[in-house]
Structure formats: C-alpha cells, structure tokens
Design a protein around this ligand. Structure first.
Ligand SMILES: Cc1ncc(COP(=O)(O)O)c(C=O)c1O
Length: 485
C-alpha cells in the first residue's frame, strides 16, 4: 500500500520550511529535517509513504542535493525514515513515539467536569412531545412482530425525502435505518471489507471510525488535511487513491470532524471519478450536513456524482437532533441495502420501532428544530472563539463555517500533556492524537462548541491557567517541531 509523494507535492506541503519558528542558526539540512518531522507529527505527511528521490526534492525546493541528502540522513538517524538502497525512503515514526489512538471515547457521567471530549448537543425541547406522539402511534405496529431490518417504512420515506430535497433523488428502498451512524459504518464495513483490506481515511479523522476500522482489521492509510485553507489537498488525495487503490475510502466532506472543513463541489466530483477508476468504494459520512452556519451554501452531496454505485452515504439524527436517540441510516443502491439487511440479521436484527417513530416526528418538524440548532451553535462558536482570542491568543483558530468543532493549532506539541493537566482542573479534552494514528497531531486540540457559552468561557479560563502552569513545570521541549509520546 505504499504511495509516493513527488518533489513538488512535498515542497508544497513544506511551505516556508526555512523560516520555521524556533529556527535560529541551524543549518538548512537540519531545518528541512525538522520541517519533515513537523509534517509527520501533524499527520499532513502520512506514515509509510515514499519520499521523493533526493534530486527531485532538491529541484523542487531549489536547494542543493547535498542538503537533501543530509536531511534524509538525519531523518534516518532520528527514526523518521527507512531507506533501502535502490528502492527509496519511507516515512515512519520512532517506535517509542507510538501511542494508542483508539479506545473508549464516550461522554462522562461526572457532572462536575466540563466535558469537551464529546461533540454533541443536549436534546431539543421538541423531543419529549415527539416521544409522546410516537407512543400514540405505536399501536399501529403492535399487530406485527416489530422486526424491520431495513427500518419502518415511514422513517425510510422521510429520510429518502430529505436526500431528494438536497438534490439527490432517493427512493425508500435505498435507505436502511440503523442504530446510529456508528452502527451504519460498522455494518457497511462488515459487508464491504475483509480483514486486512485497505482503507484510506483523512488525518485527522473521527476516532470512533478508526476504532471501527481497527475492529475489522483494516489496513489504514491516511490523507493529511491542512488545519487551515481548503483542508484537502486534491492532488495528494486523488494521487493516493490512484496509487494505493484501497478497497474503501472513508471521508467526512461536510464540516469534517474534527477540522470543520467543507469539501468543494469539484473535489467531490473528482473524488468519485478517481475512486471508480481505482475500484475503491467511498463511505461518505454526512453526520454534520444539517449544520452549516452563517448561511453557508452546501455543495451537492457526494453521491450526486456517482454513476456506478461506488458511494455509500451514512448519516443520522445525533448531531442535529440528539445522540441518545440512536437513529442513523445508510443510503446505498437497493441491492446493497438488501445485502446490508441480511448482514444485520446476524448483528442486532433491527432498530427499535418506538425510537424510529420518535425520529419520524422530529424529522416532520425538522426545519424549525435545525434552524434553532444552527443559531445556538453559531452563538456558542463565536463565544468560544472570542474567549480563546482573549485568553489564549497564541493558539491558532480557523473559524469553521459549520459543524460543531474548532480544530485548534496549539503553540507546541503539548496536546496530550494539556489534556492530562486539564483533567485535574475539571475540563475533559480530546487531544489531537486521538484523531490520528501513531501519536501524530500533538500540536492540535479539538474543542467542540456544543456546551452553553458560559461553560465554554469557564473552560477556556481554566485551560489558560493550565497552559501557563505547563510552562512553569518547565518540561516539554515544544518550540521545535518534534513528536512527543
Ligand atoms: C463523523 C462522525 N460519524 C459518526 C458519529 C457517530 O454518530 P452516531 O451517534 O449517529 O452513531 C459521529 C459522532 O460524533 C461523528 O462525528
């Protein structure tokens, strides 16, 4: 599954490598090696890719080949590069830096803790009336056995209608209701991936998707997203699909978790084309599609560009409505839905009828509820951004145009240390490495804006104190771009 990065591509990723903060009088080769280590630490340059030949990189950077040779030598010495004569050099991380990125990632029940580990809103006021109305509807279903492996028809119709309204004609036969988006992902993986199958994911990405992929023993490769700008690098993403031809690619194109990026229409189209040409199926996680903020217009759904049943879309009620409902869905071709339903019989048979009826009632009032959610989220986002600018001005924030999270660039690779210290002052954090593989992303922190503004402001105040104390503790060497465990 090795893919290769060309000289011009690496040069683009390296950007202003010769002017990195913290560079004093270090020679060029050391600055170049440090910049490559920084890209690896941030997940922008995946592990296991072949770096350009020395001559190619020297030409792209307009520096001498000797400088590149010395930089590659240093990277080999620090354990960031493995080389074989005649075959090239591959990126890696030193063994001691590996940390687990998967594991239990659940909300806390500790009420005194400000929990910024979970990016989800509390339930809307309309939930209890919807549950009462659902109970009234239930007798209509009590005459049957209650097992509906693809979901009750009224919910499948409501979900299909919502896709059609987004410009993607969809019939109820193309919808399967699941117990949440996570369940949808797991079912799709059961069907589409055999153990050891290759899967391309974004880095960073949603940690529980990584957990689902690990459970199916996927062979994961990554596409590094930039924290700012467009996020996806079209050239690298499509190149990596063409070169590695993974069985599946898992992407979050709408207000990506954790970065908040929105994939542009033309990349959606090119992605579907490249996937089809490579024999790759795309799993498109649309968890945040209902949550554009500031009136941001949405590009067409990725599946709009699909002519060959390459795209399986998954989504659910958790982000716009409530996670506790545990209702999600898959949109695929009708035969794929039938195969998923057959696979599901060996897992959980079907989703609860009552919960599906609650979902039907909530979706019927969907526009009103979702507009309120967007207003609430935009206000909370703005409060969080302002508190950060006031109290933590050295942290870089790109304001997302939707979704529920800020992906914050810290002033050093301190994310795990910060999360440990924050726990002591009653703030739970999701540190950057949870969103990547192999201990990368230590310079980043995900901050959701799903809690009330007052809680967010209080949390930022505590984080500012913790950040100050971390420096006084005098430990991490965070000024140079480096990887810490
Ligand atoms: C991208 C993404 N996919 C899936 C999920 C899981 O959603 P659900 O609660 O519907 O299982 C989340 C929840 O945070 C998410 O962010």
């Amino acid at each position: 599954m090795t893919s290769q990065v060309r000289g011009v591509q690496l040069a683009r990723l390296l950007g202003q490598w010769h002017a990195l903060p913290g560079r004093r009088r270090s020679p060029d080769y050391a600055a170049l090696a440090a910049a490559v280590r920084g890209l690896l630490a941030d997940g922008r340059l995946p592990l296991g890719v072949r770096l350009p030949a020395e001559r190619d990189l020297a030409e792209a950077l307009r520096i001498s080949r000797t400088t590149v040779t010395a930089a590659y030598r240093e990277l080999r010495e620090t354990g960031h590069l493995a080389s074989r004569r005649g075959a090239g050099s591959w990126t890696m991380l030193p063994g001691t830096h590996r940390v687990a990125s998967t594991g239990l990632w659940t909300p806390l029940d500790d009420r005194d803790m400000i929990d910024l580990g979970v990016a989800a809103l509390s339930a809307p006021a309309q939930l209890v009336p919807a549950a009462r109305a659902a109970a009234e509807d239930l007798p209509r279903y009590l005459g049957g056995a209650g097992y509906h492996p693809t979901g009750i028809i009224e919910l499948r119709e409501a979900v299909a209608r919502a896709y059609t309204e987004r410009g993607l004609p969809t019939s109820p036969e193309q919808i399967m209701v699941t117990s949440g988006t996570q369940h949808a992902l797991d079912l799709v993986l059961r069907l589409a991936l055999s153990p050891g199958g290759g899967v391309l994911v974004e880095s960073p990405t949603y940690p529980n998707a990584l957990a689902a992929l690990s459970a199916r023993r996927a062979r994961i490769t990554t596409h590094g997203l930039a924290a700012d700008g467009d996020g996806w690098d079209a050239d690298l993403l499509l190149g990596s699909i063409r070169q590695t031809r993974p069985k599946l690619a898992y992407v979050i194109p709408e207000f990506h978790n954790p970065t908040g990026h929105l994939m542009a229409a033309d990349l959606r189209e090119r992605l579907v084309g490249a996937a089809h040409a490579a024999g790759t199926d795309l799993i498109v996680d649309e968890s945040f599609v209902d949550l554009p903020l500031d009136g941001t217009p949405l590009p067409p759904p990725v599946a709009t560009f699909d002519r060959h049943s390459r795209v399986i879309s998954i989504g659910g009620m958790s982000k716009p409505y409530w996670g506790g409902l545990r209702i999600g869905w898959v949109r695929a071709s009708a035969p794929q839905v039938q195969r998923l339903a057959a696979a599901r019989v060996g897992v959980d048979m079907a989703s609860p009828v009552l919960d599906q009826l609650v979902a039907v009632h909530l979706l019927a009032q969907g526009p009103g509820i979702v507009i309120d959610r967007r207003i609430q989220l935009a206000a909370q986002r703005d409060a969080l951004v302002k508190a950060m600018a006031d109290r933590l001005p050295d942290w870089k924030v790109t304001v997302p145009r939707g979704g529920v999270t800020l992906w914050v660039e810290l002033d050093g690779p301190i994310s795990s240390a910060l999360a440990r210290a924050a726990e002591e002052v009653g703030v739970r954090l999701a540190p950057g490495p949870r969103f990547g593989l192999d201990g990368t992303l230590e310079r980043f922190l995900r901050l959701p804006f799903t809690l009330p503004a007052a809680d967010l402001e209080e949390a930022v105040g505590r984080l500012a104190a913790v950040r100050y104390d971390l420096d006084r503790a005098g430990r991490p060497q965070w000024r140079e771009p480096s990887v810490i465990a």
